[in-house]
Structures are given as C-alpha cells and as structure tokens.
Design a protein around this ligand. Structure first.
Ligand SMILES: [Zn+2]
Length: 350
C-alpha cells in the first residue's frame, strides 16, 4: 500500500469513520445484513465500504478500501458506466461498494447511505414527495425517483445536483443518504431525519406457533429441513391482512429482490403435500397462507433478515394508501446482476 495513503488514513479520521459506521451498522432499523454503505474523503482519496461487507463489523474488520476520488467523479460526470470496476489503491480482493458513484460526487467529507425501514415505508406511497416534504419542513432535502442502484442512481443524483448539493436525499423505494463534514453532524442529521419520518406500525398479531411446528414436521416428512424464523414478527407477512395483500405485488425495494427473489411461494396449509421436494427447494422459504413463514435449510442469513425487514415495512404501510412497487423491468434489472451476485456470494460464505 502507498505509505502516503496509509498514513493519511491511520489517524483520527479513520477512527471516526469506523465508529459512525459501527453505530449505524448495529441498528437493524437502519441497516439490514450487508446493506448500506459509508465513505470518507481525504485529498484525492475516497475511502468507501467494500461491497458485501457489513457496517457492524467496521471496528473489527478492514471493510473500507481507498479509491482515486477524481477517477470516480469523472466517470459519473462523463456518463461512463464503470462503477463496478474502480481499481482500489491497495492490493485487495475486496471490491468497492456498488454505490461508490454517489459517494464520490457528493461534495461532503462524510456520506452515509442507509435503508431505514421508516424511510423506505414513507418513500413508496404515491404522494411520498408531498408527505415527506411536510415531515422534513426546515431541512433542505432532495427527492430522487427510483433508479437502479449503482451507476444509474449516482448519475441521477449528479444531474439533480448540478446547481446545488443538499445534505439529505430520500431515495424512492430504496432509502436515505446523509452528508456532512463531520462524523457527529452526519449522525445527528440522520437521527433527526429518521425520527421525523417515524411511522407507528400496526399491531403484530401473535402467530400460532404450535401449528407452525406441526407444519415443519410435515415438511420434514417429505425430506425438507424446515424451521421457523428467529423473530416472530416475520409471520405478520401473512397474518396481517394488508401485509398479506402486498405479497401478491412486486417487491418494494432492491435488497428484497436481490436476496429473496421476485415472489414468494404461498401455500395453503392443507396443500403442503401437493408440491414435490424439488418444487419447494426452488425457493428458500415458504409462506403458509394466513399462518406464518417457514424457512428451508438453504435460506441465507441475508434472506432471513430481508424477510424480517419486509414484515416490519409492510406493517408500516397504511392499507388505504396507493403505493409504488418496483416494476417488472426494475426487478429484472436486479436479478442476475453480476455485481449483486458477488455480494450474495460473499454473504453465503459466512
Ligand atoms: Zn442502498
């Protein structure tokens, strides 16, 4: 590693980036699994979270890599899509975050990108721009219509910012970006925005665990190792009527598509034997209509977390609101995307 770069980062600023990343990473309401990313700029170096790594490990592991800042900025300004291939300034197998582009073009020292469940829930209703505007009165913020994560999102933010760069961005069907020139200011601003956008979730009706355990045994009788999600809130996906209705629509945000696919397999409890083992194992979980969620042994910890996140978001979406789901095209852009396959693979290795 270039000693100048190493020295520039082995200081107080590194500790700040690690600390704020860790503080964000341990909050499930802000970050789920390997989602979200943070960065810090010093001179012409951009230090960015590596793709597939977890912010909660920021203190323990080396999860940040340095890039040539101007190289990234130029590619977004010139409209050249190569965001997945920026060459790190150190020897590493890690790749830069998919979202490196917008981190580079936002002219602030610290940039934090999170997936707060309240912000995602607010951003998907059809009058979101208006209702979020009321909630964030007094804060300068920018609405960014849904774009595929990565280059397209960065380019959209760049085009929006030609005249002035705000410090707060609400990303439709995606999440939040916060910028500041100090780490503590970034955390403070993020907390304020998330607090103002808080939604009281609907009550989560208790699942019938005995029935679910019996269903797991039925799966075992056809050779499928089935078990229950660790958090009972996940079952609300099918117990709560409005949440259940949302399962018949396309997913609401990218990470769900990436880790859980387009649609779940929904089965009536009386029809469990109607499907073969091979048919079930095309999926890594199954929804038992009106009863709960069953996980199969091949489920990844990321998919498990995404299902829990989906249940928390569905409980925050009012049944009387019209919403924007990801379109078929937007979902197809995410499925089989090489950059995301890499992130899924890294998370399977855990
Ligand atoms: Zn994101």
């Amino acid at each position: 590693m270039d000693s100048k770069i190493a020295n520039s980062f082995s200081n107080y600023d590194l500790e700040i980036l690690k600390r704020i990343s860790y503080e964000i990473g341990i909050k499930k309401e802000l970050i789920q699994g390997a989602g979200g990313n943070t960065s810090y700029k010093i001179g012409n170096t951009l230090w960015i979270k590596a793709s597939g790594t977890k912010l909660e490990k920021a203190k323990k592991d080396s999860i940040f890599i340095p890039l040539n800042l101007q190289e990234v900025i130029s590619s977004i300004e010139l409209g050249i899509e190569n965001t997945e291939n920026y060459k790190p300034l150190i020897n590493t197998k890690l790749r830069a975050s998919i979202e490196t582009g917008f981190h580079a073009i936002l002219p602030y020292k610290y940039v934090l990108h999170t997936h707060p469940i309240d912000v995602i829930s607010q951003s998907i209703v059809n009058d979101a721009k208006n209702s979020i505007g009321k909630a964030l009165k007094g804060i300068d913020w920018t609405w960014i219509s849904y774009k595929k994560p990565g280059y397209k999102l960065a380019r959209s933010i760049y085009l929006n910012n030609k005249r002035f760069s705000n410090a707060v961005y609400i990303l439709e069907n995606h999440g939040l970006i916060i910028c500041a020139n100090s780490g503590d200011e970034a955390l403070r601003l993020q907390e304020e925005v998330v607090n103002r956008l808080k939604i009281k979730p609907r009550e989560n009706a208790k699942p019938d665990i005995d029935s679910l355990i019996k269903i797991c045994k039925q799966f075992k009788s056809i050779g499928i190792d089935a078990f229950l999600p660790p958090d009972i809130v996940t079952h609300s996906l099918t117990i709560d009527k409005s949440s259940r209705d949302l399962l018949n629509k396309n997913p609401l945000y990218p990470d769900h598509v990436v880790f859980c696919g387009l649609r779940p397999l929904i089965v009536n409890k009386n029809d469990i034997h109607k499907f073969t083992k091979a048919e079930y194992l095309k999926y890594n979980y199954c929804i038992i209509e009106g009863i709960g969620v069953i996980l199969f042994r091949n489920v990844s910890s990321s998919a498990e977390i995404m299902l829990q996140t989906q249940s928390l978001i569905h409980l925050r979406i009012p049944s009387n609101k019209s919403i924007k789901t990801l379109t078929n095209f937007e979902c197809s852009e995410l499925i089989n995307w090489e950059a995301e396959s890499y992130r899924i693979q890294l998370n399977k290795q855990e």
